[in-house]
Write a protein that binds this ligand. Structure first.
Ligand code: SAM
Length: 286
């Protein structure tokens, strides 16, 4: 069972292991059903490929963007890999939700709410209850239990947070190691909304395990890929889109922005990206 947010963040006696951290983040899901799943070393092989590609003539790495960072453990590893390779880019790390509040409705009931106002976890007498439903929940009665909890506590927690009617602890949903890096800027940002501050800014962008056909519709994915492209700094800049399957490994590709404003695949990973056709069809940058 996953740890409660209170145990993970607020219990000074508790030293969380890497497995605790992975399980805790895996149990959280944001509004588009994407989970905050990540794990140490998960993207190491791809970091090595990125560095090899970034070292080739015509490429540069002064600025990088990591999208959908979850706890940021793989972001810290990307940064370390850059540093070990003698590269020192500024790194912007984004997620839909980075900050959240643990609202204490009573000594035994707490609710974790992200900055979008979405409930990430209920803590009922020390047991973590995920608000999202699994298919199995329908057969075990868990679905009814979750509906009852939601009815009783969701709006109460949101109101208490807004009106200051309950104790609340603000927490950053990230690995403490990441917070210690001065050169990594953490930003809450929705990849589906174009951010003018990011326009033409990054030499390397990583979108790992955030965009996929399971959670997003074709039109949304098309817009998201066009957005990512608009964030690339110019010809030679690289975009990595990848999805990791626990059984079969990484599938994706590195794309390079060309002088013609188009993205072309420069390295295929595993079986390739499920978004390849969308990337190919993206309009050239103006
Ligand atoms: C499965 S985790 C990926 C973590 C890490 N990139 C990795 O590959 O290990 C997906 C993350 O994407 C974030 N996410 C989902 N939708 C997003 C959006 N529209 N904009 C930014 N981040 C988003 C989720 O909050 C979650 O933390």
């Amino acid at each position: 069972m996953a740890l409660t947010a209170a145990k993970y963040f607020l219990d000074p006696a508790r030293k969380s292991t890497a497995e605790d951290e992975a399980r805790f983040f895996r149990s959280l899901k944001v509004r588009n059903r994407n989970s905050k799943q990540t794990a140490r070393g998960r993207l190491d092989a791809l970091n090595a490929m990125a560095i090899e590609l970034l070292k080739t003539p015509g490429r540069r790495i002064a600025s990088a963007l990591d999208i959908g960072i979850s706890s940021g453990v793989t972001t810290a590893e990307l940064y370390d890999a850059f540093r070990d390779a003698g590269m020192a880019p500024s790194l912007v790390a984004t997620d839909l939700s980075i900050y959240a509040s643990i609202v204490h409705l009573s000594p035994d009931i707490r609710v974790l709410i992200d900055s979008c106002g979405d409930i990430l976890q209920y803590d009922i007498h020390g047991f973590a209850v995920r608000p999202w439903r699994r298919r199995l929940d329908r057969f075990t009665g868990m679905s009814l239990f979750k509906s009852a909890i939601e009815k009783r506590y969701a709006d109460a927690a949101r109101k208490a947070l807004k009106g200051g009617g309950a104790k609340a602890d603000r927490v950053a949903l990230i690995n403490p190691r990441l917070a210690a890096y001065d050169n990594i800027e953490l930003r809450e940002d929705d990849l589906l909304k174009r951010n003018p501050e990011f326009a033409s800014r990054f030499d390397f962008i990583r979108a790992a395990n955030v965009l996929n056909r399971e959670y997003f519709e074709e039109a949304t994915l098309r817009a998201a890929v066009a957005t990512l492209k608009s964030y690339l700094s110019g010809p030679g800049a690289l975009l990595l889109i990848v999805r990791t399957n626990d059984g079969t490994g990484h599938h994706g590709a590195f794309y390079e922005l060309g002088a013609d404003g188009r993205l072309s695949e420069v390295r295929t990973i595993g079986g390739g990206s499920e978004l390849a056709a969308i990337v190919d069809a993206t309009e050239p940058a103006p």
